[in-house]
Design a protein around this ligand. Sequence first.
Ligand code: JFZ
Length: 437
Amino acid sequence: QSLNVFGQEKIWEETPAQKKERMQWWTDARFGMFIHFGLYSQAARHEWVMRKEKMSVEEYEKYFELFNPDLYDPKVWAKKAKAAGMKYAVITTKHHEGFTLFDSEYTDYKITNTPYGKDAIQEWVDAFRAEGLKVGFYYSLLDWHHPEYTIDRNHPLSPENEEDYAKLNKGRDMDIYREYLKNHVREILTKYGKIDLLWLDYSFPNPHGKFAEDWDSAGLMKMVRELQPEIIVNDRADLKEYEGGWDFTTPEQFTVEKWLEYNGERVAWETCQTFSGSWGYYRDEYTWKNKRQLLTLLIESVSKGGNVLLNVGPTGRGAFDPRVDKALAEMGEWMAYNSRAIYECTQAPEGFTAPPNTVLTYNPKSKRLYLHLLNYPTKNLLLKDFKYKIKYAQFLHDASEIELTEPYSHWMIEQEFGENDINLVLPVTKPDVEIPV
Ligand code: JFZ
């Protein structure tokens, strides 16, 4: 077994430069689409409905028997993702419910056995590739359908009483499930050509105290890397300690405070976010985020070196909800003018402090610094300590020059300015462009 300098097991041999190169498309992309689509899309009340309502496999069967997304056309989805400015997409090949959107040798609980009758994944990969988007697969380690899967505290059948786990799990053999999931991952990584990203979900402390061993995460990841050497993987298989066990971390449903670090080094990260709260289609959920919140999340994330994976839960007929269409179109309008401040961008170099109500992003290749005005200022905006670090200023939306002057001070009580402070003179009336500008 090969160990690295921290005494950690190595899953993958790679230099930091090789890793950077492998991940370059992803760090440049910054914005992707998450898609949660499955039997739960028909219940239309959360992708955890089986667990939330403690449905048995038999009760849940009705969704399997009815599944027929006749409006499913991933070409339309891919066009919408692209128009929104997204550069990659990740789809649930299997969520916790255990149902597969791909044809599989290892289960009957698959899309080809529903009224729909076809493999949805091949079409999806082709459609997204055709739009020039990178493709990723989400695969759930948890499985609420498989009879050998160990019942844990997040299972639809999990008992109130801790002692009852043993009783319920009698006869369930996790070794069999472990092989099953490995076979599934092998299938999705061999049948559909090159896959750019794998999003495994997820590990948590089980009552019986095992996590990574349940899935043989290390063995699984070795296989993944062998099958798809260029693939980028997330961090939810409990391989934090392993070198090569993960490529990026996945803070969920919140804006991170600063660039995330591990072992004292900055790590790649991607925050995943929903439009309305749940991941699967939820008809009666009315907690939708607005355009401003979503754009701010994207800008804030890029300004701290991160990506955003924004989730769509298509309906049971396989179409996007009109509220999703609207939000995607709004983001696309903004991206059409401002994506240069997103793609290839990252945190601003040391020494740049964002003025109040602004966020900075920076493109290290073009050496452009982008100042996002979350609130439009009243003509003058003081840039502290920018003077010799910038040569020229312009609006992004129309490339018009913005005047730079010495800072203004009050005539009576003089303000002290640093020698390197400079003032940006903006038009008083906010240009008629999308906000944030
Ligand atoms: C998981 C899923 O359970 C959920 O349905 C959805 O697919 C989401 C993207 O991922 O939810 C999680 C997983 C991990 C944590 C929280 C929610 N976590 O580590 O805090």
